[in-house]
Design a protein around this ligand. Structure first.
Ligand code: NAD
Length: 400
C-alpha cells in the first residue's frame, strides 16, 4: 500500500510527538512526511534529523501548499490558529488531524463544518482517549444500554504546574485573548485537562462519534498563578436526560492526583482506577491496575476495558492514515469535539474568575494551601459554592 503524504504543522511543542510517531511509531509504515511547517524550527528537538532526511521546512502553510500536496495535515499549533489552518489545509486537499480543542471561538464551528462539506475532507480532533479501545468499548456498552441511564458523572485531576509551564510557548499559555484580540481560551479546562471535560460529553454521545450537549452549565473558576485565564475550575453540567456531570481540576494545589473518573448509571458504574496515595477512595481498587477503566454492573458483573493511555498520545495519527487508506474506525470529528468548545465559550462569557490572594510559592510552584483537600472532598460530595467559600475564607485570612 502506498504511504500517505503528510505535512506536520507545528513541530516544536506537542507536535514533536507527531514527528516521533512518523519516524519511529506505527505510522512509520503508513506515512511519508513531505513537509514540516514551523516558524521557529529551532523549537523542534528533531529538526536536525528532519533536515538530514531532506524533509523541507516551511515557515507557513502558504509556502508549503504553493508547490506541494499532502493527503493528511497534522496540526499541533496554538489554539488560536486551529480554525484558519484546518480550513486552509482542507481547501488545499488535505484531510486534517488537528490537536484538541477543535477551536477557540464557537463561531468558527460552523465555518469548519461548512468547509468539510464543501471540500469533502474530514477533520479528526486529537482527543486521544476518543480513539482508544478502552474508551470506545466502554462507550459501546453505554450506548447498548447495559448500564442504563446516566445519573452522576464526575472527574478530578490535580496537576500542579510551575511558573515555567505558564510562561512556555509563544506567549499564548493561560491567555483569554491573543495579542491580536482573538479568543484563545487557554486554560486547564481547554488544554491540559480538556480530555477529561470532553470525555464527559463524549461518553454520553448518542452515537460513537458524537457528544451530548448539556442543557445547563455552571462554573466556579479561580486563578492562583500569574495568568489572564483560570488555573482551577469546578464545572457542573446538567444533561437533558437528568444526569449531572462534575469536572473538578487545578494546576495550583499542593497535592497531585492523576485523572480519576466515576460515571454512575442506573444499572452500574464505570470508573478509572487510581491506587495512588491521595487519590479518592472510590477509585482505589487494589486488584486492578492504575489507569485501567473498569465497569461494575449492579448484578455483579465486572468488565475490564483496559488502559486508555496505553495507545500513547499519537496513535490517532496512525488511525487517520489507515482511515484514508480505507480502514473504518471511530473518531471524534467536528461535531463530537464541538460540545467542549461551546461549553468553554459559555463559561468564559458567563462566569468571573476569582483571584486567589493567599498563595504559597515553593520551587516555582504557586499553590493555594488547603484547596486540594476542598477539591477532593467536592469529588466525593459534589456541590456548588465550595470553591467560592474556600477562596472567600482564605481572602479574609489574608486581610487579617
Ligand atoms: N493531545 C494532547 O495530549 C496534547 C498535549 C499538549 C498539547 N496539545 C495541543 O497541542 C496544541 C499545541 O500546544 P503546545 O503546548 O504544543 O503549544 P506550543 O506553543 O508549545 O507549540 C506550538 C508549536 O506551533 C508552532 N507554531 C506557532 N504558530 C504557528 C503557525 N502559524 N504555523 C505553524 N506552526 C506554528 C510553534 O512555533 C510551536 O513549535 C494545542 O492545541 C494543545 O492543546 C495536545
Amino acid at each position: 500500500m502506498k504511504k500517505i503524504d503528510i505535512v506536520i504543522v507545528g513541530a516544536g511543542g506537542f507536535g514533536k510527538f507527531y514527528v516521533d510517531e512518523c519516524f519511529d511509531g506505527e505510522s512509520r509504515e503508513l506515512v511519508n512526511v513531505v513537509g514540516v511547517v514551523e516558524p521557529y524550527p529551532e523549537s523542534c528537538p528533531r529538526m536536525q534529523e528532519i533536515i538530514e532526511r531532506k524533509i523541507p521546512v516551511y515557515s507557513n502553510l502558504e509556502e508549503f501548499y504553493r508547490d506541494n500536496e499532502a493527503r493528511l495535515a497534522a496540526i499541533a499549533t496554538p489554539i488560536g490558529f486551529h480554525t484558519e489552518q484546518i480550513i486552509y489545509c482542507m481547501q488545499h486537499g488535505s484531510d486534517v488531524l488537528c490537536e484538541k480543542p477543535l477551536c477557540a471561538d464557537e463561531a468558527d464551528i460552523q465555518k469548519i463544518a461548512e468547509t468539510e462539506k464543501k471540500t469533502g475532507k474530514t477533520l479528526t480532533v486529537g482527543y486521544q482517549w476518543s480513539t482508544s479501545k478502552a474508551i470506545l468499548d466502554a462507550k459501546k456498552d453505554i450506548i447498548s444500554g447495559i448500564y442504563g441511564k446516566p445519573k452522576l458523572l464526575k472527574t478530578l485531576t490535580l496537576w500542579p504546574r510551575d511558573e515555567k509551564y505558564f510562561s512556555r510557548s509563544t506567549g499564548w499559555a493561560g491567555k483569554i485573548y491573543d495579542k491580536d484580540g482573538r479568543p484563545v481560551y487557554d486554560s486547564i479546562a481547554n488544554n491540559a485537562c480538556a480530555h477529561y471535560l470532553h470525555n464527559l460529553f463524549f461518553m454520553l454521545g448518542k452515537s460513537m462519534n458524537t457528544s451530548l450537549m448539556p442543557d445547563s452549565v455552571y462554573a466556579e473558576l479561580a486563578r492562583v498563578n500569574n495568568i489572564e485565564n483560570f488555573d482551577t475550575a469546578v464545572i457542573k453540567c446538567g444533561f437533558p436526560a437528568g444526569a449531572d456531570a462534575w469536572f473538578i481540576t487545578s494546576h495550583a494545589t499542593a497535592e497531585t492526583v492523576d485523572p480519576v473518573l466515576l460515571y454512575e448509571f442506573e444499572k452500574g458504574k464505570i470508573l478509572l482506577v487510581n491506587n495512588s496515595i491521595g487519590a479518592p477512595e472510590e477509585n482505589h481498587m487494589d486488584s486492578y491496575i492504575n489507569g485501567e477503566i473498569i465497569g461494575i454492573l449492579n448484578d455483579g458483573r465486572v468488565i475490564r476495558y483496559g488502559i486508555p493511555d496505553n495507545g500513547g498520545n499519537c496513535r490517532k495519527l496512525a488511525l487517520c492514515a489507515k482511515r484514508i487508506m480505507g480502514e473504518k474506525s471511530y473518531f471524534c470529528g467536528t461535531e463530537g469535539a464541538s460540545v467542549q468548545t461551546r461549553v468553554i465559550n459559555y463559561i468564559q462569557k458567563n462566569f468571573d474568575i476569582m483571584q486567589v490572594h493567599r498563595v504559597k510559592k515553593t520551587d516555582g510552584f504557586k499553590v493555594a494551601e488547603g484547596m486540594g483537600a476542598v477539591l477532593c472532598k467536592l469529588y466525593s460530595e459534589p456541590k456548588k459554592g465550595e470553591l467560592i467559600n474556600f477562596i472567600e475564607k482564605e481572602d479574609k485570612n489574608e486581610r487579617k
